[in-house]
Design a protein around this ligand. Structure first.
Ligand SMILES: [Zn+2]
Length: 484
């Protein structure tokens, strides 16, 4: 018995050991899993997500891996789940999606303050067009866009929309700064610096769109200037080009009363209806301004799913009028916010654009309940993203979206106390309050230190080039320190 029972007992013991081992493995498996890797975690601030529920986490944290956001949660939850290679402490700050500028002409920062307080036609014909005619060059576009990109990333703009000349230079400077761009090569009906004819402009746009197709930061597109500066055939050709590349068309629409009067006289149609009649709206488009839109125009834009870019500061400074933005929003239009070019604003600060938009509509409608802070922040983030057809990738802080976010200090006297972060972002915050700017998971500015552009060189190049701009506009005028 014993001779037999010994091996049996040994077998039994072996089975017991094996079972213990299996149990041990199961127990280890049930233990908290190893932390996931995150290239960057931003933690401790108030996180304004702008997600579908408009969640605000206070405090909150955002985990980023590579280009994408992998989680948005409480600081404790993120710390428990992620091992961060790099950490940004955002205590006392607000973390929000990077601001999206849906209309501008970046290089026009070179004409900032060149001529103010003039009627639109005087401003354009005596100053801006001559200055552009004599000075627009690849160099001016490169130097100007670098300066604009510096100003934008310093003030929390992570995507800018551009309509200008030599757009490949805009794209290069945008990528150098590390921000995103939806960049439209201008097509216009008269000779300009980079094209003698609209056909040349179209060919240039096609080459530009091909060259930057699939770029991780740049959406290369075409920007027919407006319905009054481009003929119908060329407008249709730009539409076809945008459709071929699957990118949004960019144009100006109903900016001034004169434009509408001219359109009615020439076509017996409003600018929006004319675009509709020629089939221009048959592909996704972003129309800038829309100051003088009728209810019928808004219905056309709604039906054609045309997005609107609202530029309150430019519209006020040039006395163009108050765009029917709250009406457009009620009609279901997608509306983004823009600064327009710096010659008519005169800065690229999207915080200011939010505040001015709110004030403009409250005043013009005689109703302080319209254009709320929440609505303005939506226009500057998720609304702008949707207007550009990128609402599924950017515009809010959510797992799976690209990591475009900013950290905004809330510790100045002006921002104290803070009861409501959204109110503060719109009504008291300035671009200079932005501490850190992140695009595609890459830190472009950290605690006010710009990491992508050489700030001193960008400013020096712009000052140097400004002498040429001044000479072009006032060839005979001596420099004078006396105000005129
Ligand atoms: Zn414009």
């Amino acid at each position: 018995m014993t001779a037999q029972s010994d091996p049996i007992r040994r077998l039994g013991r072996a089975a017991g050991v094996a079972l213990a081992l299996v149990l041990a493995v199961v127990v280890v498996g049930a233990a908290p899993p190893a932390k996931r890797r995150a290239t960057l975690v931003v933690t401790g601030g108030t996180v304004v997500t702008m997600d579908a529920q408009r969640r605000v986490l206070s405090p909150g944290a955002v985990a980023i891996d590579g280009k994408a956001i992998v989680a948005v949660d409480t600081p404790q939850a993120i710390a428990a789940r992620y091992a961060a290679a790099d950490l940004i402490q955002a205590d006392g700050a607000v973390v929000l999606p990077g601001l999206i500028n849906t209309h501008g002409h970046a290089a026009m920062v070179m004409y900032r303050g060149l001529a103010d307080d003039l009627a639109l036609m005087d401003w354009l014909q005596k100053y801006i067009f001559p200055a552009e005619g004599k000075t627009v060059s690849p160099e001016l576009v490169r130097v100007g866009t670098r300066l604009a990109a510096l100003e934008m990333l310093q003030s929390g703009t992570t995507l800018h929309t551009d309509m200008y000349y030599f757009e490949e230079e805009v794209a290069k400077a945008t990528k150098e700064a590390g921000i995103r761009g939806v960049l439209g090569q201008t097509v216009i009906g008269f000779p300009v610096a980079d094209a003698k004819t609209p056909a040349e402009g179209l060919a240039r746009a096609g080459r530009f769109m091909q060259a930057f197709r699939g770029d991780p930061l740049v959406v290369a597109t075409v920007a027919p200037h407006s319905m009054y500066t481009v003929d119908a055939e060329t407008l249709k050709a730009t539409r076809d080009l945008a459709r071929t590349y699957g990118v949004p068309l960019l144009t100006h629409l109903a900016e001034t009363r004169d434009e509408v009067v001219e359109s009615m006289a020439k076509h017996a149609l409003s600018p929006a209806a004319y675009f509709d009649a020629i089939g221009f709206w048959d592909t996704p488009a972003v129309a800038a301004h829309g100051v003088h839109l009728t209810d019928a125009d808004i219905a056309i834009l709604q039906k054609r799913r045309v997005a609107l870019s609202h530029n309150p500061e430019s519209n006020m400074k040039l006395a163009s009028g108050a765009a029917p933005v709250t009406k457009a929003l009620r009609a279901g239009l997608t509306v983004g916010l823009g600064t327009d070019g710096a010659a008519s604003n005169n800065d690229l600060d999207m915080f200011e654009a939010m505040r001015q938009a709110a004030f403009l509509h409250k005043l013009s409608e005689g109703d302080p309940t319209v254009a709320s802070a929440q609505t303005m922040l939506e226009m500057a983030t998720i609304g702008g993203a949707a207007a550009l057809g990128m609402g599924d990738r950017i515009g809010s802080l959510e797992a799976g979206k690209l990591a475009d976010l900013i950290v905004v200090s809330m510790r100045s006297a002006r921002q104290t106390p803070m009861y409501n972060p959204v109110s503060h972002l719109v009504y008291v915050t300035r671009g200079d309050d932005v501490r850190t700017t992140i695009v595609n998971g890459r830190i472009l500015m950290r605690d006010r230190r710009v990491l992508t552009l050489n700030q001193a060189a960008v400013l020096a190049d712009a000052r140097k080039l400004a002498a040429k701009v001044r000479a072009a506009v006032e060839p005979a005028a001596p420099q004078s320190s006396v105000a005129r």
